[in-house]
Design a protein around this ligand. Sequence first.
Ligand SMILES: [Zn+2]
Length: 284
Amino acid sequence: MFFAGGLQAHAATWSARALPTKLVNGAPVLFQVKTPARLDSLTGTWLDHKIIFSFDAATKTWFALAGVSLETAPGTYALELSGERSATGATAKALSFTRKFTVAQAKYPKIKVKLSVEHKFTEPTPEQLQQIEEARKIKQDYLNRVTPDREWSGKFATPAQAEISDVFGSQRVFNDKTSSPHLGLDFRVPSGTPVAAMNDGTVLLARPLYYEGNFVVLNHGQGLLSLYLHLSEFKVKEGDTVKRGQEIGLSGGTGRATGPHLHVAVRWQGTYLDPARLLQLQLP
Ligand SMILES: [Zn+2]
């Protein structure tokens, strides 16, 4: 009797966990939440971002994909959860729960390199400066969009079957100066290699931009975007719906690229996350 009572009490509590269990800056994180009562909706606040949870009926678990920005300092941060039940008279009320998670410092490599980039990228002409400014405005407008519905489902898939030539977060050191960190993942592929969508989504951008070259951005919903740069050819257009694994373009070396390669990036609500860590995550 005592034991049964204990189990009941346990079922009436919240649980919130993170995958992977160790959180680091620059990484995506899957939050999984069990609630003490059936809810109609669950939202959360994490590092000043709003997150919307989905319910997995099979495991009776709420889940949401979020992230920790590269700039987030090591420390302890709260995930604040707020659930709602449909009004059933006096018993209707909002439920809330807070769980703290520790964020550790990730180790990203520093690489000494000689950069060889075309002159037009280091000393742009007035005309090029105008193109750069136009591209900046387009990115400012599109890359910070957050749509409410989740479009991704299941594990993210690699955009190309190829060797990694540069990892996320690496910093190039040239002439004793440390450049800004590399905010994507580079695949060593020759020009003309098919590039696949990492998950289901909608084509947000498919157009040439100054630095990015032929640029495809997929919207996976709730502020999660995947970006594919330097393409030689587009296989989709803006507004198209795509499925994971679908060919969205061919790799190339357009824009600011030292040679043909595929640079992919993952953005979550305005911040870049490590694509390699996203590819490793087991997702519902
Ligand atoms: Zn890159």
